[in-house]
Design a protein around this ligand. Structure first.
Ligand code: SAM
Length: 241
């Protein structure tokens, strides 16, 4: 018999033994219209705070439905305190960066407008929906927040004292790749297609918290660079060790 896919759904509702969870119209459409679930079927839900729960469908309709919590199937797990700062690029590639950052365990995703950022309008609600889908797909119990875009200069101007910054500097291409530093709050910074301006480089060079790094011998596209940098950070200081 073919194995049924494990259906996981993010809900913005309290979860606990015996708790009833009402569904939105979109969620009901997805579960009953797309995934073909019905009353009595089981699936898994999480809300970003209470771990993962097995729930049973107790009401199912095209536009609404209700789930009943049965048992907790995984505890809540928080990712390391890692932000991804990236300059938005073309829509599909920006979507990719957000999806991969959520899968790779970033705790917060921050689009930053750099001197050479050349992007269409950033729709934070769409990007947040991509982060939710990625968390549903990858088995996580946490959904990273996608912050509203801010100017990189403004963000660096109010940079938290204790947060280290992995500055992915294309100017170091060809140098040995690697990251050293202490565990704790960190952020990874990836530039746009045009790279960082001289002004941004000098500003970053003057920051005590900034660690300039190379991502190897080739210039990577910004979306590839985001995945490579998150991998490097997770292996050196994160939860892949
Ligand atoms: N136009 C720039 C150039 O030719 O120098 C390249 C920018 S690259 C497409 C986009 C971003 O990815 C860079 O700003 C940097 O943050 C990161 N990146 C790409 N390759 C890198 C490398 N080998 N080392 C460090 N950072 C890299």
């Amino acid at each position: 018999m073919a194995r049924k896919a494990k259906v996981r759904l993010y809900v913005e509702h309290a979860l606990g033994a015996g708790q009833m969870v009402p569904l939105s119209r979109e969620q009901a459409h997805y579960l009953f219209g797309v995934m073909r679930l019905g009353v009595g079927d089981a699936l898994f839900v999480f809300n970003g705070e209470a771990g993962e729960w097995r729930v049973d469908v107790v009401e199912a309709d095209k536009r609404r439905g209700v789930l009943a919590c049965v048992e907790q199937t995984a505890p809540q797990s928080q990712p390391p305190d890692l932000w991804l700062l990236f300059a938005p690029i073309k829509k599909a590639r920006t979507d990719f960066i957000v999806e991969k950052a959520a899968e790779m365990g970033a705790a917060r995703i921050c689009p930053v407008l750099t001197d050479f950022t050349n992007a269409e309008r950033v729709r934070v609600d769409r990007l947040q929906a991509h982060a939710v889908e990625a968390a549903e797909q990858c088995g996580g119990t946490f959904v990273p927040e996608v912050a509203a875009p801010v100017k990189l200069a403004d963000m660096l101007g109010q940079w938290p004292e204790e947060r280290q910054l992995m500055f992915c500097n294309e100017g170091l291409v060809g140098s040995a790749a690697g990251l050293s530093g202490k565990p704790g709050p960190w952020a990874v910074l990836i530039g746009p297609e045009g790279g960082f301006s001289e002004g941004e480089r000098s500003r970053l060079a003057a920051m005590e918290q900034a660690h300039p790094v190379s991502l190897g011998p080739r210039i990577l596209r910004a979306d590839t660079a985001a995945v490579a940098a998150l991998t490097m950070w997770q292996m050196a200081l994160g939860d892949w060790q």
